[in-house]
Structures are given as structure tokens and as C-alpha cells.
Design a protein. Sequence first.
Length: 202
Amino acid sequence: MTERGAALPPLRIGYARAAMADILGEPDVLAAIGFNGSSGGGIDDPRWLAIGLDAVGASAIEVWRATGPIRSGRDGRVRWSQDGDYGFFAIEVEEPANGDIAAAAETAYRELVPVIHRSTTPHVLRLWNYFDAINEGDGDDERYRRFCVGRARGMADVWQDRYPAATALGRRDGLRVLQIYALAARIAGLPVENPRQVNAWR
């Protein structure tokens, strides 16, 4: 990621099959994300997030490694860790009793984005969004479309003309909990768009 000649040290991302306590005990771990049964054995660490998505093949932990000393903590429901160059931010929000994913998305983004912007790594490089039954519903009632409506409302005061790169993935675990995590940096990334198509954020 570069901007106007500035550069950040590389963020190393790989997979590990070690015990969660051992992974989080390493001084360079910015984040650890588990899939398919990687519950972490009840470990309560802001850098850890378990996603209810089936892994392909044997379960492994995705590990983000930075270069500087890692600090971590919580700000309300937002978990964070930073090394001065990169930041990991995560939030989990239960959907309301009526199952409205739009309300959960709006709430999550209204809580998450200000925490990122107040940090030393305020530039979002990428967002990941996970929620159950992503394609359930027809037409404008499809859960993915309802999620997009809520997300836009939650970010309306922040990103009005351009959204950061993002991914939305569906789970099939039956848990109506929206999980979002972000990679942010000290400097902005360089967006790359295809000039032959309409920009995704439009």
C-alpha cells in the first residue's frame, strides 16, 4: 500500500494450526481469525475472532503479523489491535428480534467507524462482513440488499463519495449475528478501479 511515495512495512498473512494460546502469545500477532470450529477454547483476546463459516479442508487459523509492538483493547463492542502502521478492528452485533439485518448493519457501522477514525490507523484498507442466510428473501427483501441499506446508513456521515474495499460473505450456521472486521493503516491505500466498468461504490 503506497501513497505519494510513502510506504508501510509488509503485513504478513498466513495460516497456522498451532494452539490458539501459543499463536496469541507471539509478539507480532496483530489478529487471528478462526473458521469452522476454531473456537479458541474460550480465549478472551481482542485480536481473536471466530467466524462461523465452514473451512475448506482442515481447520486453520488465519494469522496477521505486523512488525511493531502490538497494543490491543476494546472500545465498547469494538475490539482492536495496532502496531502503529496497521490496525485490526472487529465488531459483532446481534440482529434484532425481528431479524432485520439492516438495523444490525447500521448499528455496527455507526459503532465501528468512529473507533477506527480516532485511532492511529484511521485509513480503512478493507472490510469483511459475515452474516447468516445472505441470500434469503426475494427482491428488495433479500438479506444482502437489506444489509447494504443498513451499511450505507451507518456510513452516511463518513464516506459519502467512496467506500473502502469490502467483502460480504454468507454463513449457514443459523446464528443471526453480524460479524465485521477491518484492516486499517496509518496511511491511505491506493484504490484500483477498472475504467471499463461502473465503480462498485457507485
